[in-house]
Design a protein around this ligand. Structure first.
Ligand code: HEC
Length: 165
């Protein structure tokens, strides 16, 4: 009889524990974490050479916005989503739990200056602290194309870059 009193708490513990870890695993599958880090000095304080204006205020038919939009739709939207919400058709298919972030979130690119975004586009997320599926685009676009994409990122997400420190 005494044995039952010893085993019962153990069984209860196991039931509770297995439920918790199953719930954690489920949550982990859906992580869309926003991780920001310190960029290399080369990228700190960079101005967008194409426009000093807040990208959000540029008209839809601005030539740089149009060029950025074309490149974004062709190369980024599959993961990041046409509407920058991080829900592109390929967004769920990664081995890594970190999914594309919702760029319309005030904690995402609205917290970054454009130099930081250029760094993320150049180097992607293959290294720490990101370890994500974000590819490195350094050699795939000209500098002009990258800055056009950055203008469109902000315009599309409807947020402004953070003012430089
Ligand atoms: C294969 C999927 C994939 C593609 C394609 C992709 N990304 Fe990403 N991207 C991610 C993931 C996943 C993250 C979130 C994890 C991270 O920050 O590395 C991310 C993060 C980012 C961030 C950082 C946002 C932040 O708030 O810190 C930027 C900026 C970005 N991507 C821009 C782009 C641009 C521009 C393109 C197209 C040239 C692109 N990405 C294409 C998967 C992708």
């Amino acid at each position: 009889m005494k044995k039952i009193f010893m085993i019962l708490p153990l069984i209860l513990f196991l039931i509770v524990f297995s439920n918790v870890s199953a719930a954690e695993k489920k949550a982990e599958k859906k992580v869309r974490k926003v991780i920001h880090s310190t960029p290399p000095l080369d990228y700190v304080g960079l101005e967008n050479p194409l426009s000093g204006a807040d990208p959000k205020s540029l008209p839809d038919n601005d030539p740089n916005i149009l060029a950025g939009k074309r490149l974004y739709k062709a190369t980024c939207a599959n993961c990041h989503g046409e509407r920058a919400d991080g829900k592109g058709p390929e967004a769920e298919g990664f081995v890594t739990p970190i999914k594309p972030v919702d760029m319309t979130d005030p904690e995402a690119i609205a917290q970054l200056d454009q130099g930081y975004v250029l760094w993320r586009i150049d180097e992607g997320g293959l290294d720490e602290p990101f370890y994500s599926a974000m590819p490195a685009w350094k050699d795939d676009f000209t500098e002009t194309e990258k800055w056009q994409i950055i203008l469109y990122l902000y315009k599309n997400a409807g947020v402004s870059p953070k003012a430089k420190k």
